[in-house]
Write a protein of this length. Structure first.
Length: 230
């Protein structure tokens, strides 16, 4: 079933993330109080609605409280963003992701209980869309318009199999660069143990995949998305 995602605030970031999410198969509703901005995105999303995003009744009328994710992309009016977030929290929005513009904004949003704050860079909209749709993708780094390096949580079907058995190049057309694995390490004086992420280097053909492993892979974006949805 397609994820239902609301994007509130259609500036450059909001429009791009709305389009990227739709392209990746999400059911997107784009919300803004500016008709010109809605006109720019309406052909690319399932629904485009003019709305006052600080109005709880209006948000509920559009079913925003039932969305899997709500993205607040308001970047030019931080007060409006805060009022929108308060309205979303009051109506019980399940998951709120907010675009911040400064580290100060990020700290304020964290104090309000918002843990997912995006400080947009050039590729931030596409990375956010990828990470929301393909939840196994932990992070990605765009090398060109076609190729990326991605960190992908090992799918359950990979656990207990060797690198050779996975046949990543043959099946998914991607190259495995390395594996990140959680390992226990003793703290000072050896009194406690903590888990840290260790890089295994270049995996050998007989390296087994363990639960919790993160595969660092290189390939075309469409092939990485195929692997992420395995």
């Amino acid at each position: 079933m397609a994820k239902k995602i609301a994007v509130i605030g259609l500036g450059v970031f909001g429009i791009r993330v709305a389009i990227e999410l739709s392209r990746k198969g999400a059911d997107v509703i784009a919300l803004d109080n500016d008709m010109e901005r809605l006109d720019d995105v309406k052909e690319h999303v399932a629904h485009a609605v003019r709305i006052d995003s600080t109005d709880e009744t209006a948000l509920k009328a559009q079913g925003v409280h039932d969305m899997d994710v709500v993205i607040v992309g308001i970047g030019d009016n931080f007060e409006a963003a805060l009022l929108t977030i308060a309205a979303l929290q009051n109506i019980g929005a399940k998951r709120i992701v907010v675009r911040g513009t400064t580290s100060t904004h990020e700290r304020i949003l964290n104090h309000l209980g918002i843990k997912e704050v995006i400080l947009p860079a050039e590729e931030a909209a596409e990375r956010l869309a990828t990470n929301l749709i393909f939840e196994n993708v932990i992070d990605s780094f765009e090398l060109s318009s076609d190729y990326s390096i991605a960190e992908i949580s090992a799918p359950e079907t990979f656990i207990g199999r060797t690198v050779t058995e996975l046949e990543l190049r043959q099946t998914y057309n991607v190259n495995l660069i390395t594996i990140k694995r959680q390992q226990e390490k003793q703290t000072m004086f050896g009194l406690q143990k903590k888990k840290v992420a260790a890089i295994l280097g270049i995996p050998s053909s007989d390296t087994y995949i363990e639960r919790g492993d993160v595969l660092v892979v290189f390939g075309r974006k469409k092939d990485l998305e195929k692997l992420a949805s395995a």
